[in-house]
Design a protein around this ligand. Structure first.
Ligand code: V47
Length: 388
């Protein structure tokens, strides 16, 4: 490998990583430009195994997207509708949203992940009641809800500070923030693709406040559109700088741009090798964020599985009822069962660990296996059905 790293111009980076030295902007760009993807992957895998060995995390979660009405005009978004009543727009009543959870009352879920559009007409009590209702139905389930962009929007709409919004939502049951809305932090890109929502400084400031209040959060990066390699690296370094201050980020999640049904549809989707490289470079630059997650809905299942050798140690979860990516052309399944995720991980030569949102172990290794098959009653026709 030494010769291969040298041939790829990565020998000095390999040495500095081995000596636990930090990489910088120029190193990151070099990793993006190196023609030898496997050499970059090998380095990322070394870091991944240093952090986690072969353990690979996932959780049992559901998505609830309560409304797609959104006043922002992000060019990459296929999910949002500008006004209530526009074709394809929807807003769940509180009862409808709670029903989604009630129907899964007996499932071993550990997390609800909520992301919404920026709805101009709902009262703040809609969101606090939403959280309180979820906790009433399933007090044991972790509520990872509302991106920093939503928090900023609530603060402006309801004339509160960002901190007041977070405190009020927390009192209603919010446990942590997802990483959505980060896109690319660089102002040049933000101005072009999402000019009318909260900027990078405010996104980071809201995460800083959430961390100070004791909440954990994630941070994402939307890649594969108009951003440069330097802007990707800058994005990762801004996340790393905040993590130095607070330690509150749990996972970095690259999100592959999907071009269907949005205003950037002329762009191609990122390729598998770009996806593997983005995750690998993230693992190499982010020496202080414990987890790099491949969101299989966005990467595709096969690439997510392969990424487990390119720096990734987390596959998100079962997901279920995802809309943002499927409306943008994702061909991935709607959901994967814990057993199916466990099988994917094991087939890649890794050990599955079902975790909760805070990375506490729910089930480990051999426990993440299918239950022994139960023979269907003879003569019912059910013998031919595939038993998961
Ligand atoms: O903020 C929207 C992205 C995000 C498109 O925290 C698109 O655990 C690609 O944040 N193509 C929402 N991406 C999803 C998200 C997320 C996903 C998984 C895990 C976590 C977590 C968070 O989806 C948005 C935006 O960046 N997005 N449209 C599109 N066409």
């Amino acid at each position: 490998m030494r010769q291969r790293l040298a041939d790829g111009g990565l020998a000095d980076i390999a040495d500095r990583l081995a000596a636990r030295e930090r990489l910088g902007l120029e190193d990151g760009v070099r990793l993006f430009e190196c023609p030898d993807l496997l050499a970059v992957g090998w380095l990322a895998n070394r870091e991944r195994e240093r952090w986690h060995g072969d353990r690979t995390f996932f959780n049992n979660n559901i998505r609830i997207e309560a409304t797609n009405v959104c006043v922002a005009s992000c060019l990459f978004c296929s999910f949002a509708r500008l006004r209530p009543g526009d074709e394809g727009s929807y807003t769940l009543s509180l009862e409808q949203a709670w029903d989604k959870l009630r129907r899964r009352r007996d499932e071993p879920l550990t997390e609800i992940h909520v992301v919404n559009g920026l709805h101009p007409d709902l009262p703040f009590s809609y969101y606090t009641d939403l959280l309180r209702g979820f906790k009433r139905i399933r007090p044991d389930v972790h509520l990872k809800c509302f991106t920093a962009v939503e928090i900023a929007f609530f603060a402006d709409l309801y004339t509160m500070t960002d901190e007041q919004v977070l405190v009020a939502l927390r009192a209603a049951g919010l446990d942590s923030l997802p990483g959505g809305g980060a896109e690319i932090f660089a102002e040049r890109v933000r101005r072009k693709i999402c000019h009318d929502k909260c900027d990078a400084d405010r996104y980071l400031s809201i995460h800083r406040t959430a961390h100070r209040l004791g909440m954990r959060t994630n941070v994402t990066m939307l890649y594969g559109h108009i951003e440069t390699a330097a802007e990707r690296v800058d994005h990762m370094l801004r996340a790393r700088a905040l993590q130095d201050e607070t330690g509150g980020f749990q996972a970095f999640i690259p999100l592959a741009f999907h071009p269907d049904n949005n205003q950037m549809r002329k762009l191609p989707a990122p390729t598998a090798s770009d996806t593997l490289r983005v995750h690998a470079v993230a693992r190499l630059l982010l020496d202080n964020i414990p987890h790099v997650k491949a969101f299989w809905i966005a990467t595709g299942v096969d690439v997510a599985q392969t990424s487990l050798w390119f720096g990734v140690d987390d596959l998100d979860g079962t997901v279920q009822e995802e809309r943002i990516y499927h409306m943008a052309g994702a061909r991935t399944p709607e959901a994967l069962t814990p057993v199916a995720i466990g099988r994917l991980i094991r087939a890649a030569g890794r050990t599955p660990v079902e975790r909760d949102t805070l990375y506490r172990v729910v089930r480990d290794g051999n426990d993440v296996r299918p239950a022994p098959p139960v023979a269907p009653p003879a003569g019912t026709g059910a013998e031919t059905r595939v038993v998961q």
